[in-house]
Design a protein around this ligand. Sequence first.
Ligand SMILES: [Zn+2]
Length: 665
Amino acid sequence: MFPLAKAQTIHHTLSVTLLPEQSHIIVVDQIQFPEGSAKNLSFKLRSSLSVEAKDAGLVMTGESAQGRLRHYRLNRLAQNSTVQVTYRGEIFSSQERQLFEMPESVLSREGVYLDGGSGWIPYFSHQSNITFDLTVKAPEGWEIISQGKRQTIDKSFRYEMPLPQDDIYLIGGLFKRYQKQFNDIEMEVYLLEDNQQLAENYLQATAQYLQFYSELIAPYPYAKFAVVENRWQTGYGMPSFTLLGSRVLRLPFILHSSLPHEILHNWWGNGVYIDFTQGNWSEGLTAYLSDHLIQEQRGKGRIYRRKALERYANFAAEEHDFALSEFRSRHNEASQAVGYSKSLMLFHMLRNLSGRETFKQNIKKLWQRYQFQKVNFPDVIRQLFTGNDLQYQLFVDQWLKKPGAPSLSLGETRITEDATGFHLQMTINQLQAGTPYVMHLPVDVELADRESLERRFITLTERQTLISLNFQQRPVSITVDPDYDVFRLLDGSEKPSSLGRLFGAKKQLLVLPTEVSQEQKKAWQQLAKQWSSRYNNIEIIDDINLSILPKDTAVWLLGWKNKALKTYQQRFTAAGQQVLGGEVQIHGQTLNASTHTAVLLDPDNSRTALAFIAAEQAQTIALLARKLPHYNSFGVLAFELPRVKNIIKSSLTPRVSPLKRNLSN
Ligand SMILES: [Zn+2]
């Protein structure tokens, strides 16, 4: 079925004993190499494990730079290309933390987490794929999770994985397990504490999305899908399961955002594998067909895309930008803005170029052609692109290989009338540096005496493109790219005031209150420290020292007792919001300091970005420090005390776009 993959596949038959009290693991690994393999083979293994080989010679040849891995060579491999390797030793949770603050390996009384990064199985330098048959003897009461379908034999767990993989995961602990069938796929939920309702919600949503994506792409490729709770706040998608943090798992919107996203990764990333050499295509495609598609089905596609463009403009444009072909994985706001937001816009443009129906067919073909093989970004685009070779090359060059985004402005417009009708002429300018982009985009034209808009499609090729459109009635207004269908740099006036605009600013100035308790002061300083390590652009100043608002700097006024508040209070007043003494009014609700906390922004996005955090208890401030970075696209927030539960989140509206023009006079 996968002739190419099969030829390079290494098969592991693993028998694992876990002794978590001692953080000790024993593995007997029967390795079957492809026929005709070399007689000498090199591999790497975690250096805390000692290793022996049966039926072959074994020598240690070196160590990795940090001493975490040891390098070995197997000599005189037997005729049948099989060897039995036994390795054992301790798995300490090292201090090395990955994304989400999770240690790279765990083996303790609480549970086990091992993956490729832990170096817990031999990694052969020439290997491209692995298949496996894993049997794990675990402590009483533990559940064990890996790829594939769970079988239990005499208190042991067995996972057989015949599909080519690039890693073997070993996860376990004291979980409560819930199970249901969806056709022949087993759906599971593993929770750290019993919660029937939560599990039921996940099983139902899982069934819904397995069905949805099986129809959209191809039948779900694995025998099970499991949702596994994690003590660290991860959002990882592995083949046939997802590892979601305890807090993440309990957020109600995750059922229709992260869950479908992680399920979809079983096709993109964990089904079709990523050849990273020219960028990671899987996050953009997955986000496009999950997060974006779900919002689009709810009639919110336009807003979702505008937020994606906002994210890019706030966090990546200018100094933090890089070509999408350089994206490997998300590690900060800028990499998310390129690797997810720009990337999903690339797929959106591909869909607009080919049309929805053709795009759908091509998505199915992408899977049929590349399942369980590695594919690079240009080849993914080729499969979804419908133009000629030259157009394809141009598309790849301008969207994938170079950083940046086109920045558009509407130039002169002119209407003439003759016997044949009305003729609208307009110029559209590309303001960015470098070669102009070739791009196709819609223009909505409002006509006199007609209620609905007429949509036309135009192509830009030059720094200044002159467009002529003919109508039977007089055009009264035009809007270029009204639905944010192309990837471009939003104009400042198209970006509403939002928390993201502050976080992504060149500099953030935090104005600390001086006449408050030591405890409160400390809490604000701690917030400043946390944000500083995240955004790297923080400065602080005491409220008594703030004379004017500096230029090119986003300013946060912290705390109810902030002395600068009096001066700038008016700036937070707009339709639906107001700061008054010790109270904040939002959409007709009055919130006071003893029961609520809130964040208000100056809604005028042409001025210095200015925000006020209405809080005073140290505990509240600590929670806000963690929570606010997750509300990038919002401009008005309110939370209920003491748990700081969000009750209001709304976006402010941008001023009129420079790509919209009234033609009536
Ligand atoms: Zn993802």
